[in-house]
Write a protein that binds this ligand. Sequence first.
Ligand code: FAD
Length: 296
Amino acid sequence: MKIIEILKNHKMSLSFEVFPPKKETSFESVKQATEKIAGYHPSFMSVTYGAGGGTSRYTLDIAKNIMDSYGVPTLAHLTCVSSSKETVIHQINAMKEAGITNVMALRGDLTPELEKGDRSKWDYQYAIQLINELKNSSNDFCIGAACYPEIHPESPNQKEDIIHIKEKTDAGAVFLTTQMIFDNNLFFNFLYKLREAGVTVPVIPGIMPITNANQVERAIKLSGSFMPQRFKSIVDYFGQDPDSMKQAGIAYATDQIIDLYANGITNVHVYSMNKPDVAKAIMDNLSQILGKDFNR
Ligand code: FAD
């Protein structure tokens, strides 16, 4: 099933993100974790892709397994930074062969090593070029792209960032997923600006349940996301007790999701980080809400 069909049916939906193993020895344990999450039947699952091809070969294996064994629609991520055209075309063909029709088209992060390289030699500079490549290859792909309520770190300002987001949707991205947010107001303000700029596609907010205090620093470093005082207090108060922190982190994420639904956002994406227990707890917390259509 195409993700866009799920996003347009007005029912409250929840999707989970998982990441592929970094090495072969952890393939089985990652596969089992992703299968467990698939067993809770989220509306779809996305599988990330290692920038520079690090874990690329497992993205399709994991995505295909979830789709074929559990009937859960999957969204395979694909990055293009530093990849040759040949590699990207190869990956696109592998997706077609695996029956994957939903693709998250990303540039990928610039590692310090890549930053030092000569960008003029790259076949792809930006995600929009990958979107064009996917469109050239087949009209059947349902393409998603990334966006940043708190501005992409390389962008000089939000206005320019939104211009490039619109270029991605004009090129063929039919939905957007946001970087993780811990303050819903940032999402609502951003959505308003996107609509004002003429971006009309569904925008899925990304929510990261923080379940241990160590995760906080890493999450902020990776995403640059703003941590509201309300959340900082939770980490300060419960952070030293792992079970309490986990429960409080899941409650905070659930609260954010309910607030998004209550304000008319029907689709939320959870960065579930290969943690079936966290995915299950959130699904359980929303069991009376998911699948219902409050627009009827
Ligand atoms: P782009 O859309 O190309 O934007 C990158 C920067 O370039 C932005 O500042 C933008 O404003 C600017 N820009 C875009 N077009 C132009 C132009 N024509 N001229 C000048 N400037 C331009 N990374 C992974 O490695 N693997 C993953 O699986 C993965 N999944 C992700 C999922 C989501 C939902 C999100 C939000 C991020 C994900 N990332 C992933 C991280 C992502 O690769 C990085 O954030 C990366 O730095 C930017 O990717 P992008 O696709 O948004 O790039």
